[in-house]
Write a protein that binds this ligand. Structure first.
Ligand code: HEM
Length: 143
C-alpha cells in the first residue's frame, strides 16, 4: 500500500480544478458577447456550447478530464479555426479578453505566467489571415 507512487499533481489541479476553468472561460465569453469584432465570428447565436468546448479543451490540455476528446475527437485546433478569418486584430482582442479574465482570478504569479505564455503562443498560432499579406488591389495580369 505505502509503496504506491505518489500521484502527481496536475497543472489542472494547481490552477484550481474545474471551478477555475469554468470561471475563466465564463468571464472570457461574457466579453466576447460584447465584442463587435469577435462576436460575429462565432456562428452560433448561443455562445454557451462554444464556451463549454473551450473549457473542456483547456481542462484536458492541462491534465484534467479528457471529456473534450471523447466528445470532439482530436483537437486539431488550427484546422478547426480554418473557417473563421482570424487576423492580428482578432488575436489581440481574444488575448485581451483572456488577460482580463485571468486578472479576475487569483493565481500566484508563476501560475499566471504559465497560463499566459501558453495562451499567447496558442493565439499566435491560430492566426490564419495576415493583414499585411492582403493584396492592396486584386491581382491583375501584369502583361
Ligand atoms: C486567436 C483568436 C481566436 C479566435 C478569434 C477564435 C475563435 C473561435 C471561433 C469563432 C470558434 C468557433 C466556436 C465554436 O463553435 O466552438 C472557436 C472554437 C474553438 N476555439 Fe478558438 N479562437 C481563437 C483562439 C483560440 C485559442 C488560442 C485556443 C486554444 C488555446 C482556442 C480554442 C478553441 C476551441 C477548443 C474551440 C472549439 C473547437 C471544437 O471542438 O469545435 N481558440 N474559436
Amino acid at each position: 500500500m505505502s509503496e504506491d507512487a505518489p500521484t502527481e499533481v496536475t497543472p489542472y489541479e494547481r490552477f484550481g480544478g474545474h471551478d477555475f476553468f469554468v470561471d475563466l472561460v465564463a468571464d472570457f465569453y461574457r466579453q466576447v458577447a460584447d465584442d463587435p469584432v469577435l462576436r460575429p465570428l462565432y456562428p452560433e447565436e448561443d455562445l454557451g456550447p462554444a464556451e463549454q468546448r473551450l473549457r473542456m479543451f483547456f481542462e484536458q490540455y492541462w491534465g484534467g478530464p479528457t471529456t473534450y476528446s471523447q466528445e470532439r475527437g482530436h483537437p486539431r485546433l488550427r484546422l478547426r479555426h480554418g473557417p473563421y478569418a482570424i487576423d492580428e486584430q482578432a488575436r489581440d482582442l481574444w488575448l485581451a479578453h483572456m488577460r482580463s479574465a485571468l486578472d479576475h482570478r487569483d493565481l500566484p504569479p508563476e501560475l499566471d505566467d504559465e497560463m499566459w505564455r501558453y495562451l499567447v503562443t496558442a493565439a499566435h498560432a491560430m492566426v490564419n489571415v495576415h493583414d499585411n499579406l492582403r493584396p492592396a488591389k486584386p491581382n491583375l495580369p501584369t502583361a
